[in-house]
Design a protein around this ligand. Structure first.
Ligand code: ADP
Ligand code: ZN
Length: 834
């Protein structure tokens, strides 16, 4: 009887690639990598004609049936993994499942979602590294090191693990039979050092390359810089010691540019090990014991801890005006969770604007705190992420994408300013909402989540009304400090008085002059987002709205017409006001630049700075302008609502809101909510010191309920009014929304595809019916940005009573599209900018 031998084991990896695809792909794992094969590792895979870094999401011991069913004799379509990057997983099981859910919910590629969950600096750029070292280049020229060879892989791996590893810990097979020999080869090339102590050999990467600016002597003439060189120097102004890979990514230059600059003596490239501390520049707050909580604060904290202790998921809304002590509740709850052995995650909208919050956390929790946000350099983010992953950092404060931070034993999530729109990722895929993912993550972990706000999102507050969330109220400001007085200036009167539109009313002008003459500071802001302009009567305040959708019509300047972006209704702009027959009707939409110019005319002797997207493109620009303002060297800060967030400026006693109307009249059903939030937020900014503050709001619509309730800072009254509007026009929280955007270079084809998509969606309506309401499909209509980067954009709006109705219709529509058509179709679930 001949012996039977088992076939050599086969392993396959299911890989999510960061590309615009909805499925994952199966690759064969070469035997050399079997030892480290596991989900959560990054791998290099061939993908079409590209080579991509993908993420292993599952391991199969057999080829999946669908792929195995190939007729015999035909070559297998399954390709091999080209390289295995991670020895141990960089993505844990929890984050793997969470991202899968997020990808599915938002119709986004899983690979793209995983990419968002990892710090951007994590990817090794071995090629750059080799390009930049003398030794490295010599080695490449000699053909002795390349990313594909064993020694190249060992280098990459050393970069990954932080620069050093014991030879005994190296995976067998990965670097050939004799890793010591590979390490010796590299040592010979001057790239690593090999040390043996008490019998243990350790291989250490000699160089981590950093780039530093060289100060040029004054007598040396300045040579003109290329734009790329200028970007590098500008970046180094902010980050004096930068990683090579960081400059390549952030200043968008090639390593060759850096090498040239080094030759010219503009920068030096030196090997150095740095461990950056992103908190280093924050002056520490003096250590102070936590204050004794007020009875309301204690109650709130205890409710959260009760949920924590019973291991139950629960969503809390902590509702209280600015200064009512919400942050102290977060801190107390976090502290208690830490004492019980857990860790905590705190999301904030924009950390750059709230350094005080980070400082308060550090004051309380010291080195347990890690910071994750987009204005850290990639290197800093990797460092912080490693501390979180290892369990060294147990309190994470971060912006949106920090919701994916791999905390060990996460037991509490806090979402501060939960209503803030910056939690929604609108620019790129996946279009996720940080707050909603936080709630989902807490539910999967069976732990509490606290949403905090002075002006909760209508949906959030409604959830507390129906009992889905638990509401905790902090009704008073700590120390009973009063809120500033908010007054409205009726711009219709101003128009009548002067017979021409005025940017700044006499009332506001006088108040600015008074405030500055007393040595106090002023913020002037314009509530205006980007592109939309409305058609408004300056005499009576009438605004052109859609007869069907209860939103404002948007003026399209190029073709001179008004359009509704929900249903597609269009009309030419009227010459006279349909309401008062006056001629004051015109489009409004001045920007912050004009506002700044006008203020300079009115107050030529005052120091004025502007803060908006244009002036803060550069890294650190925010901080610089804010610091100038905080130091008192500026009298007036002009900007968009950006300036209303965060920061505590005790010397600001006046805030002027110029033209609240453009924001209020946005063609977005949430415009009143945003306006109310803005006024409440602004009121929280003025007079935070000992002196009382005041707020002046200019408007053509003083009777609008968002303004009237905003002045009183009466959230409840606003909520009641707004809920009536939402119900009448069938908007959230009474329905769920999704948009389908068609983007096409050719207008007619885009329009035709939009109609096809809408028709497919409408065809699914009968099956998508729910007990209490049908699915509604509106459009196609020109999108709010009807043309962007040479593309025409059409929008279809879906409204469903239940989420399943929308999923059903999308599930019916998508498979009916050709691959080419599918590339023009973009889905957004729960959009916030319509
Ligand atoms: P919010 O987050 O609601 O704006 P904070 O928690 O920042 O409010 O509290 C506002 C101010 O009151 C802070 O200076 C804070 O230190 C202080 N504070 C908060 N709670 C207490 C308390 N129980 N006793 C004394 N001071 C407190
Ligand atoms: Zn409409």
């Amino acid at each position: 009887m001949p012996e039977t031998f088992p076939a050599p084991p086969e392993l396959y990896a299911e890989v999510a690639v960061p590309a615009a695809v909805t499925q994952t792909y199966t690759y064969r794992i070469p035997a050399a990598y079997h030892a480290m094969a596991g989900p959560g590792c990054r791998v290099v895979v061939p993908f079409g004609r590209q080579t991509l870094i993908g993420y292993v999401v599952a391991i199969h011991e057999q080829l999946p049936a669908a792929l195995a069913a190939k007729p015999a004799g035909q070559p297998s379509a399954v390709k091999d993994i080209a390289d295995w990057i991670d020895e141990t997983p960089v993505i844990n099981d929890e984050i793997l499942k969470l991202t899968q859910w997020v990808a599915d919910y938002y119709y986004a590629p899983w690979g793209e979602t995983l990419k968002v969950a990892l710090p951007p600096g994590l990817d090794v750029r071995l090629e750059d590294w080799i390009e930049l070292t003398e030794d490295g280049r010599r080695a490449v020229q000699a053909g002795s090191v390349s990313p594909r060879t064993r020694n190249g892989r060992l280098l990459a791996w050393l970069v990954e693990v932080g620069g050093a590893v014991r030879l005994d810990d190296l995976p067998p097979d990965r670097f050939g039979k004799n890793p010591r020999q590979v390490a010796r080869e590299l040592e010979h090339l001057g790239l690593v050092s090999l040390t043996t102590r008490t019998g243990e050999a350790t291989v250490r990467l000699k160089r981590r390359l950093v780039v530093r600016r060289i100060e040029r002597p004054a007598d040396q003439p300045e040579r003109p810089l290329s734009p790329a060189q200028a970007r590098v120097l500008a970046y180094l102004d902010e980050t004096p010691t930068a990683l090579v890979s960081e400059l390549v990514a952030e200043a968008e230059v090639s390593p060759a540019v850096l090498r040239q600059m080094a030759k010219k003596g503009l920068v030096e490239i030196v090997p150095e090990t740095i461990r950056r501390n992103p908190l280093a520049h924050l002056a520490p707050l003096p250590a102070e014991p936590a204050p004794e909580l007020t009875p309301e604060q204690r109650q709130a904290c205890e409710a959260v801890l009760a949920a924590h202790d019973s291991g139950r998921f629960r969503t809390f809304l902590l509702h209280g005006v600015t200064g009512s002590g919400k942050t102290e509740v977060y801190l107390a709850a976090i502290s208690a969770v830490l004492q019980r052995g857990g860790s905590a995650l705190m999301l904030v909208p924009e950390i750059g604007l709230t350094p005080l919050l980070a400082r308060r956390l550090i004051q309380r929790f010291g080195s347990l705190v890690a910071l994750l946000h987009s204005s850290l350099s990639p290197g800093e983010r990797v460092d912080e992420w490693e501390r979180i992953r290892s369990g060294d950092a147990r309190v994470v404060i971060g912006t949106r994408s920090a919701v994916f931070a791999p905390l060990v034993n996460l037991r509490l999530i806090v979402v501060d300013e939960e209503h803030d729109t910056s939690y929604k990722q609108s620019e790129s895929v996946p279009h996720y909402h940080g707050r909603d993912i936080a709630i989902l993550r807490a539910s999967r972990l069976n732990c509490p989540v606290i949403l905090g706000s002075a002006t909760p999102a209508i949906e959030t507050f409604q959830h507390t009304v129906v009992g889905k969330y638990t509401r905790l109220e902090l009704p008073q400001r700590i120390g009973n400090r009063s809120l500033p007085e908010v007054t409205l200036v009726d711009m219709r009167e101003v128009f009548k008085r002067h017979r021409e539109p005025r940017f700044i009313s006499d009332e506001l002008q006088t108040a600015i002059a008074e405030t500055c003459s007393q040595g106090e500071q002023v913020m002037v802001l314009l509530n205006r987002r980007g592109f939309a302009s409305c058609w408004l009567c300056r005499a009576c305040g009438f605004v052109m709205g859609c007869p069907y959708c209860s939103v404002t019509l948007t003026y399209h300047r190029t073709d001179h017409y008004l359009a509704c972006h929900y249903c597609g209704y269009t009309t030419p702009p009227p010459g006279r006001c349909p309401e008062c027959q006056g001629e004051g009707i015109a489009y409004v939409g001045e920007g912050t630049e004009q506002l700044e110019a006008r203020l300079r005319e009115l107050f030529p002797t005052l120091a004025i700075a502007r803060l908006d997207r244009d002036t803060t493109r550069r890294r650190g620009a925010f901080e610089r302008i804010f610091n100038d303002f905080a130091s008192g060297s500026l009298n007036i800060l002009v900007g968009t609502q950006m300036i209303a967030k965060g920061h505590d400026f005790p010397n600001v006693t006046l805030v002027g809101v110029v033209s609240v109307d453009a924001g209020l009249m946005m063609p977005d059903f949430r415009a009143p909510e945003r306006t109310f939030q803005l006024i409440a937020q602004v009121a929280g900014r003025a007079g935070r010191g000992d002196r009382p503050g005041r707020v002046i709001v200019q408007t053509y619509r003083p009777e609008h309920y968002a303004l009237a309730t905003g002045c009183q800072q009466d959230y409840r009254a606003f909520f009641e009014q707004e809920l009536i509007q939402r119900q009448a026009a069938y908007y959230p929280p009474f329905c769920v929304l999704a948009t389908v955007i068609i983007r096409h270079e050719r207008e007619l084809e885009g329009q035709a595809l939009g109609e096809k998509v809408a028709e497919l969606l409408r065809a699914a309506i009968p099956q998508a019916a729910s007990a209490d309401a049908p699915l509604r499909v509106l459009g196609p209509a020109p999108a709010p940005l009807a043309r962007l980067r040479g593309e025409y954009r059409f929008q279809i709006l879906l409204k469903g009573r239940q989420r399943m109705q929308i999923r059903h219709a999308l599930g019916h529509m998508l498979p009916a599209l050709t691959d080419t058509e599918r590339r023009h179709v973009f889905i957004e679930i729960d959009p916030i900018d319509l």
